[in-house]
Design a protein around this ligand. Structure first.
Ligand SMILES: CC(=O)CC(=O)SCCNC(=O)CCNC(=O)[C@H](O)C(C)(C)COP(=O)(O)OP(=O)(O)OC[C@H]1O[C@@H](n2cnc3c(N)ncnc32)[C@H](O)[C@@H]1OP(=O)(O)O
Ligand SMILES: NC(=O)C1=CN([C@@H]2O[C@H](COP(=O)(O)OP(=O)(O)OC[C@H]3O[C@@H](n4cnc5c(N)ncnc54)[C@H](OP(=O)(O)O)[C@@H]3O)[C@@H](O)[C@H]2O)C=CC1
Length: 283
């Protein structure tokens, strides 16, 4: 399958990163969000990232301008009519995602593949909202997208081999490493990572150590690049809570119950780095 135009839904931290790597790899990108101001915010992060790459001589000014020139703005999901592949990276909520996929299914050309960057939601259920479940797939990028090598590729129950292979090939053109996983809650990445983060939050909640001490133990003791509380802030505490809830509900096992402190922070609007405050305070 010949993929030339990629539409990305959601211009937040993940959608922006996905749009950036696709544009840098030569794809035409349609970046979609609910409001124009979110697109402006997303595009300014992309430009900042590219300027940093130029200043480090990892990208030329011409390549930067050409990549930015390949990204067009959209606030209308019907713009999917021009896409060969849509990658959805809106909020981690099944009702919102199924609504988006229903609309995309109506708007996108027959040949188009519809992918979701969901962290944990069942691809099979998202696919069931469309009349083309065989062309729906999970494409789970890691944060920060321009830096991290992995893309987990998740097959829904109906995903065809042809669609899987097209997405595997496309992922390689982004200079990323695809890894195939089956459709279970949290896939592999978040089934392992998120209970560790949740346990770190319990450790703080129970007063076992300070947030700095918990992060230091994992950074210096286990060589993690970030401590789990710093990483939770970086991912977004709302996203961490959604993922724990999906694991809890999906497996029906109390070992996945979200820590009350995580719920409290999300209720307070302390969502981490993106809102300026989570476990830590950001300028
Ligand atoms: C929740 C999910 O569903 C799945 C997930 O994504 S879970 C999250 C997975 N991600 C992680 O675990 C990230 C863990 N953290 C790290 O790997 C590192 O701390 C980090 C890569 C984020 C930063 O690394 P660092 O060495 O501390 O910082 P720094 O030296 O500033 O950055 C290293 C490189 O990354 C780039 N970078 C850092 N943050 C970036 C960002 N947000 N966007 C783009 N590029 C970024 C820097 O420009 C730098 O690039 P060069 O090598 O070209 O100079
Ligand atoms: N954060 C992470 O580390 C990772 C997240 N993911 C997944 O990626 C997805 C996005 O996460 P992330 O980028 O962190 O979240 P953000 O909150 O940074 O961005 C989500 C963006 O999607 C927009 N949005 C919400 N609803 C819609 C809609 N109906 N149509 C179009 N855009 C919409 C939001 O707008 P508004 O601001 O108005 O809400 C926001 O701009 C989630 O499914 C998440 O689980 C996957 C890998 C890693």
């Amino acid at each position: 399958m010949n993929i030339k135009t990629v539409m990305v839904i959601g211009a937040g931290q993940m959608g922006g990163g996905i749009a950036q790597v696709c544009a840098q790899a030569g794809y035409n990108v349609i970046l979609n969000d609910l409001k124009d101001e979110f697109l402006t915010r997303g595009l300014s992060v992309i430009e900042k990232n590219m300027n940093r790459a130029v200043s480090k001589e990892k990208m030329t000014e011409e390549d930067k301008n050409a990549s930015l020139g390949r990204i067009t703005r959209s606030t209308d999901l019907n713009d999917a009519k021009n896409a060969d592949l849509v990658i959805e990276a809106a909020v981690e909520n099944m009702a919102i995602k199924t609504k988006i996929f229903e609309t995309l299914d109506q708007a996108a050309p027959e040949h188009a593949i519809l992918a979701s960057n969901t962290s944990s939601l069942p691809i099979t259920e998202i696919a069931a909202a469309t009349k083309r479940p065989e062309q729906v797939i999970g494409m789970h990028f890691m944060n920060p997208v321009p830096v991290m090598k992995l893309v987990e590729i998740i097959r829904g129950l109906a995903t065809t081999d042809e669609v899987y292979q097209a997405i595997e090939e496309m992922t390689k053109t982004l200079n990323k490493a695809p890894v195939e996983v089956e459709d279970f809650p949290g896939f592999v990445s978040n089934r392992i990572l998120m209970p560790m983060i949740n346990e770190a939050i319990y450790t703080l909640y129970e007063g076992v150590a300070s947030k700095e001490a918990i992060d230091d133990v994992m950074k210096m003791g286990m060589n993690h690049p970030m401590g789990p509380l710093q990483l939770a802030d970086f991912i977004g505490l709302d996203t961490c809570l959604y993922i724990m809830e999906i694991l809890h509900e999906g497996f029906g096992d109390s070992k996945y119950r979200p820590c009350p402190l995580l719920r409290k922070y999300v209720k307070a609007g302390w969502l981490g780095k993106k809102t300026g405050r989570g476990f830590y305070i950001y300028e």
